[in-house]
Design a protein around this ligand. Structure first.
Ligand code: FMN
Length: 434
């Protein structure tokens, strides 16, 4: 039986309400932290847990918290990144919709650890109904003394506000999110300074993903060492995976890190195999921004090892034959899927969402979309394929924020692994439906 941390009580009727959540042991971590732990002790436990950010980059949460500038006299902030706009990723929505108090509980412990008296949840604008659910959970937390002045009679006070995004993927990037919260256009900032030193309104700020923060209650209750017993090696804990595409059981799953990708794809308690008994063609394992892998490489690394859901195993082989855990958006393509059409579609997304601040991204994403459009529509030229590789290489690493990389990698990896499909589209468009 798989061990769960986040979704353990998901099936308890009424778990969305404070009363039921509390009856399952909810908010105990807040009592423990405020009554028996110093803020630094909470940070220490998070460091011990090995928890890595679940928003995509996988940065160790405790280490990030340790960077907070304690010398600054400005107020500190915690921002929960609930923007979740990465194609294929829908796990934060599930968590917030089903068990919102898990996030609020984690945020209270995190704000306490960081010395923040204000926390924000920046929610993707399209998740309008989630905003209502979060506001209700926050109202209940205030009503029961877990938010507001002198929480549980302690000297610690905290307010949490929900802020709605306005439909821009770029506002999921942490510094763009800070700009947006300040009421400005969501353009990423140049780093350094990092938000932990100069963040929201100039104050030291930590931005963490919903799922990252939802783990904090467990870590405070049970200790970082216990958390690190979940998972495999340096990939500690569990991970929410949102699975979609040509599979029998799309949905959100909590897996223990270390599970084999093959088991996740084919076992009935997870994806349940490829729909209509088709063959597996490819998988994007961690949200649309990570490299796509063909069937053979997603199931096994190039050196013949079973591919596992760990940061290390998915990255094995670098960008030649590996990928990334990313945000956990697991998109599956069967043998009939057209990789060219899919790549063109993704390139439209990234071009549309580029904030336009950096020329390589602003211009390059548009060129990639144009070239992919003509290949997909039967007007491609052989040299277009290498032209795409060259544009992608010129975007990668040359922008203020990683949106440029996120736009380049899907194109570069699709051509790396499926060049024959691009060539077929150029040389025999009639065979590709044109
Ligand atoms: C274009 C872009 C979009 C992003 N969108 C999200 C998002 O929707 N949710 C998220 O948690 N992180 C997103 N990130 C990553 C954040 O910048 C940041 O690394 C993350 O919120 C840190 O939280 P974590 O350490 O808990 O993962 C995005 C990054 C980029 C470059």
């Amino acid at each position: 039986m798989e061990r769960k941390i986040l979704l353990k009580n998901i099936a308890v009727p009424g778990i969305r309400t404070f009363e039921v959540f509390r009856s399952t042991g909810g908010y105990r971590s807040v009592e423990k932290a405020l009554k028996a732990m110093s803020p630094d002790e909470v940070v220490e436990e998070v460091k011990k847990s090995g928890l890595r950010g679940r928003g995509g980059a996988g940065f160790p949460a405790g280490m990030k918290w340790g960077f907070i500038d304690k010398k600054s006299d400005k107020p500190r902030y915690l921002i929960c990144n609930a923007d979740e706009s990465e194609p294929g990723t829908f796990k934060d929505r599930y968590l917030m919709e089903k068990i919102p108090h898990l996030l609020i509980e984690g945020m209270i412990c995190s704000c306490y650890a960081l010395g923040a008296k204000t926390g924000y949840i920046y929610v993707r604008g399209e998740y309008k109904y989630i905003i209502g659910i979060l506001n209700e959970a926050i109202r209940e937390a205030y009503a029961n003394g877990f938010l507001g002045n002198n929480i549980l009679g302690s000297s610690y006070s905290l307010d949490i506000h929900v802020h709605s995004g306005a439909g821009a993927y770029i506002c999921g990037e942490e510094t763009a999110m800070i700009e947006s919260l300040e009421g400005k256009r969501g353009n990423p900032r140049i780093k350094p300074p990092f938000p932990a030193v100069v963040g929201l309104y100039g104050g030291p700020t930590v931005v963490n993903n919903v799922e990252t923060l939802a783990n904090i209650g467990f870590i405070v209750n049970n200790g970082g060492t216990e958390y690190a017993r979940y998972g495999s090696g340096k990939s500690t804990g569990t991970k929410l995976i949102s699975a979609c595409g040509n599979i029998n059981n799309p949905g959100v799953y909590e897996i223990e890190l270390g599970l084999s990708v093959r088991e996740f794809l084919f076992e009935p308690q997870y994806c349940g195999g490829i729909k209509n008994n088709k063959k597996l063609k490819a998988v994007i394992a961690g949200g649309s921004s990570v490299p796509i892998l063909p069937a053979n490489l997603i199931l096994q690394t190039a050196s013949g090892e079973e591919r596992l859901f760990t940061y290390e195993s998915l990255a094995d082989g670098g960008f030649v034959s590996g990928t990334m855990l990313g945000s956990g958006g697991f998109i599956v393509y069967d043998e009939d899927a057209c990789i060219v059409r899919n790549t063109w579609n993704l390139s439209r997304f990234y071009h549309h969402e580029s904030c336009g601040q950096c020329s390589p991204c602003r211009e390059g994403t548009g060129w990639m979309e144009n070239v992919l459009h003509r290949i997909e529509h039967g007007q491609g030229r052989t040299k277009d394929i290498d032209l795409l590789v060259s544009i992608a290489a010129k975007i990668e690493g040359n922008t203020i924020c990683p949106l440029g990389d996120a736009a380049a990698w899907p194109v570069a990896s699709a051509i790396r692994h499926f060049r024959h499909e691009f060539e077929e589209h150029v040389l025999h468009p009639e065979r590709c439906g044109h």
